[in-house]
Design a protein around this ligand. Structure first.
Ligand SMILES: *Cc1c(COP(=O)(O)O)cnc(C)c1O
Length: 422
């Protein structure tokens, strides 16, 4: 559920008229709803009530500090995958003790920076990384708190580009090798073993692979505890899916997801760390774009809008579906037209929606691309020298520009002409 709805014939985010936001900020723009972010966070937190659980929002889904601060105020920790994300999380006043650092390719300088901040832990994905982290921590005279990311080789039954828990994916260490790597970690003096980590993929709509992974995690946790390892937490990753297409069946409710986790792992006396991204942020945001031209092609209608693949990459990268809503409600009752929504970028892959039966939009109309709050603005680029898209956060009747549109000076001003000798 989200807080985007028609009021007096115009699409609103909470109590804010989106046509006014477009007028004031210009299009394209991302607009996020505070109430929706809060609702999703609370739904998840309530599902784990009574458990010792920490919800670490996956910053890669939406790294705007306005969004991070909104979640941090509710008690969220953060899951980061780079020094940049760690800096953003801390700038949004997230305590380092609530931050987990994940990712297959942490550099030594990133490790050192995170160690100095005193983060909750590193999710380590390979033996070379384990050894490098031990060296960096040793040089700093610190101990690095670690969990090893275990790849359970289960099929998350999601899009190939967001599946991470199969043996052919680059993530984690094979389940069969995990115990040996823990034994190695125990011998490295600057490491402190605190947990186990798993994350099998994203946009998961079937709980069966989750259950399979958590069952394996239980087996490993019991083995490590029996061997005397003083585990403190189990990091279960993120991955819960959301309904991108209103016509699709609803994905699992956080309640059912939590029930499986509690059933598989709730009796081990360990803190449960969760890394949800999409389930919190996706439905909390829309991409607002304006129609530039309606182009009648030889065999279809192209709606050319001012947002493009550089602003929202998901359709191009994942063949992702986003529902499309007109900002003017009266358009919904007009006879629909089958059309492609495309951007101005010079790529055939530059599209937002293909062969959709949608209202007969005209030049100047505003179009809302729904469920764009996760993996949207964070993946934006300046391809075709298009300025980075601005972001707006709504709260009740108010809205704030939480990232202004990049100016043309900022866009081209970092280039330098080489000063070659003549
Ligand atoms: C991407 C990612 C997440 C968040 O995934 P969602 O599908 O957005 O919940 C969590 N943990 C790790 C390690 C990730 O790579």
């Amino acid at each position: 559920m989200h807080h985007f709805a028609y009021k007096a014939g115009v699409l609103h985010a909470e109590d804010v008229d989106l046509s006014n936001v477009a007028k004031s900020v210009g299009t394209p723009l991302y607009c996020y709803s505070t109430a929706t972010l809060q609702r999703h966070y609370r739904l998840l937190a309530e599902a784990f009530e009574g458990q010792n659980a920490l919800i670490c929002f996956a910053v890669k889904a939406n790294s705007n500090q306005g969004v991070l601060a909104t979640l941090a105020q509710l008690g969220a920790g953060m899951d980061v995958v780079s020094e940049g994300e760690l800096r953003r999380a801390m700038a949004a006043r997230v305590a380092p003790e609530k931050i987990i650092f994940a990712g297959v390719g942490k550099t030594r300088s990133e490790m050192a920076y995170a160690l100095k901040q005193g983060i909750l832990g590193f999710n380590v994905e390979s033996e070379p990384e384990l050894r490098a982290l031990n060296e960096v921590a040793g040089e700093l005279g610190r101990k690095a708190p670690i969990a090893i990311r275990v790849n359970p080789d289960v099929d998350a039954k999601t899009h190939a580009k967001i599946s991470t828990g199969k043996s052919e994916n680059k993530f984690g260490v094979p389940f069969a090798e995990a115990r040996a790597l823990y034994d190695l970690a125990a011998e490295l003096p600057a490491l402190d073993i605190v947990g186990i980590h798993m994350h099998i993929g994203s946009q998961i709509t079937d709980l069966a692979p989750m259950r399979a992974a958590f069952t394996l995690m239980r087996q490993l946790a019991k083995e490590l505890l029996a061997a005397g390892y003083q585990l403190r937490h189990l990091d279960l990753g993120g991955g819960l899916g959301i309904p991108y297409d209103a016509k699709d069946p609803l994905p699992p409710h956080p309640r059912d997801y939590a029930a499986i986790i509690v059933e598989c792992l709730g009796d081990l006396g360990l803190e449960l760390v969760l890394e949800p991204g999409r389930i919190i942020a996706a439905n909390s945001g829309v991409l607002l774009t304006r129609v530039i031209h309606v182009k009648e092609g030889a065999d279809r209608t192209f709606l050319i809008v001012d947002a493009a693949m550089n602003d929202l990459l998901r359709p191009t990268l994942y063949e992702a579906h986003h529902d499309i809503w007109p900002v003017r409600e009266d358009l919904k009752s007009m006879p629909p037209v089958v059309q492609d929504i495309v951007g101005p970028v010079c790529e055939t892959g530059d599209y937002i929606a293909l062969e959709r039966s949608l209202p007969p939009f005209s030049e100047g109309d505003l179009v809302a691309v729904m469920a764009a709050g996760a993996y949207g603005a964070v993946m934006s680029s300046t391809y075709n020298s298009r300025p980075l898209v601005p972001e707006v956060l709504v709260k009740g009747e108010d809205f704030a520009v939480v990232r202004p549109r990049q100016s043309y000076d900022e866009l081209i001003g970092l280039d330098r002409l080489p000063n070659w000798p003549a």
